[in-house]
Design a protein around this ligand. Structure first.
Ligand code: HEC
Length: 191
């Protein structure tokens, strides 16, 4: 039993709890409810943000699959190209580039080094590597396709979340990429 404090003025009217005192336990319950709701809200917010990040990473994977990146870099971006006729891409699992440098490289490409420019507006409407705006350099390897700045952001999010610094390719990664591996491509990878 909790001994609710009573105001001395009312004590003379008898030992029954006053209205204010009787309302007090309800107030405590309401306060507790508000605290619980606030706690849930503060947990829910980062989860929603995580959900958005996950959606961006997954759309980045779609960009990776559909833009020809794997032809030169290999499906798992280790530089083991998927297309023998394509130039040999860099090993992106071991890249030291940060998000801004990744974006810049994918957008502008590397003139003379077989990395195509994937952004239609690169060199033309936004400058690359300090060059004045104008025609793109003619020693750029032709891009298999062009993608939007949002798609470039998504593929950068994908590379940062699932590729860069990941070390050896695992069987799990391979199975996820090939969605269950119906053709047995993942057999050689260790778990
Ligand atoms: C035609 C072949 C080719 C295609 C297609 C291609 N790349 Fe590349 N990529 C290269 C080559 C070659 C290099 C290394 C360039 C160099 O030596 O500086 C490279 C370098 C990069 C780098 C810089 C790595 C570093 O550490 O310097 C990034 C990032 C990159 N590619 C991402 C992508 C993405 C993302 C795609 C698809 C949207 C893609 N590449 C498509 C050939 C390609």
């Amino acid at each position: 039993m909790i001994a609710w404090p009573r105001r001395s003025g009312r004590a003379a009217a008898g030992n029954f709890p006053t209205m204010a005192a009787a309302a007090r336990p309800r107030l405590h319950i309401e306060t507790a409810c508000v605290v619980i709701v606030l706690l849930f809200a503060s947990f829910a917010r980062p989860n929603a943000a995580l959900g958005q990040d996950e959606a961006k990473v997954n759309s980045g994977l779609e960009v990776w699959r559909s833009s020809g990146c794997a032809d030169c870099h290999g499906p798992f971006a280790d530089g083991n190209r998927a297309d023998d006729d394509a130039p040999m891409g860099a090993n992106l699992r071991a890249t030291k580039l940060d998000a801004a440098a990744l974006r810049q490289t994918i957008s502008c490409g590397r003139p003379g080094a077989d990395m195509p420019s994937f952004d239609e507006g690169a060199y033309v409407t936004h400058a690359c590597a300090g060059r004045p705006l104008g025609d793109p350099p003619d020693n750029l390897y032709p891009a298999p396709t062009k993608i939007s700045p949002d798609q470039i952001d998504a593929v950068v999010a994908y590379l940062q979340a699932r590729i860069i610094g990941r070390g050896d390719i695992t069987k799990r990664e391979c199975l996820a990429y090939y969605e269950g591996d119906p053709s047995g491509l993942c057999e050689d990878y260790k778990q």
